[in-house]
Design a protein around this ligand. Sequence first.
Ligand code: URA
Length: 281
Amino acid sequence: MSGFPTIATTEELLRFYAEAGYDEAMEEQPVDRFAEAQAAAPQRAATPTHPAAAERRPTPAVPSGAAATIPAAAVPDGEQAQRARALARQANTLEELREIVAAFDGCNLKFTAKSTVFADGMPGADLMLVGEAPGSEEDRAGLPFVGRSGQLLDRILAAIGRERATGAYIANVVPWRPPGNRDPSPLETEICRPFIERQIELAAPKVIVTLGNPSTKLLLKTQTGIMRMRGNWQTFVSPSGVQIPAMPTLHPAYLLRNPAHKKLAWRDFLEVKAKLASLQG
Ligand code: URA
């Protein structure tokens, strides 16, 4: 027997989708894919097959159907990561970087997200926290960590005497919500890497906290899992060679699922508090 649940009603099916992260339609209006296929069929019949004739065929100014929603230039590839690196280097302030990231069209995630979720908190704070990617609530609000894990993060910050508005700067390695809350792919993450690295350089915190596995692996260039990394000071090295102490810790979403591990995160944040105090003197 399969381990999948038996779904008897539409309501159960919708609940199953919502729990799996598929909680919204991708388009405002339904799309009739059968009608699209029928409309395309006569065109295909008339398409010349001789290569010379094919060369003469004009390129449509606006692609039809599904292709129209994702510009061809946005297909993620190595060139997009290179473009992101060049663009990120052009930013001299966080505001300039925000504008560059919002205008960047080289990551497909942007085309399914509602917002570019750039940062929250206090730019220039001595503490910067970096998560993975926005979820649906962050996408709606345009701000990182506003859902349940964000509320837990605020409580953790309060435990070390900080408030997000005045004592922390918060961002994600990927600024667009992956559809259905899936994990960002390695390529999508690589494309976004130059932006978060530049964001850290420009924010210039004294201490970074990497929240969870993806952020820790990307920013600290390690393959070691978060359970072994957490609680041990590391060094973030930016592309221009700036070095910043970094504490890897457990992601708040993980802590919500595994409350017994909250004490580990608390311990890590006490380390962070002590480090910040020692750097102030
Ligand atoms: N999880 C993250 O990693 N980032 C957010 O902004 C929200 C949830």
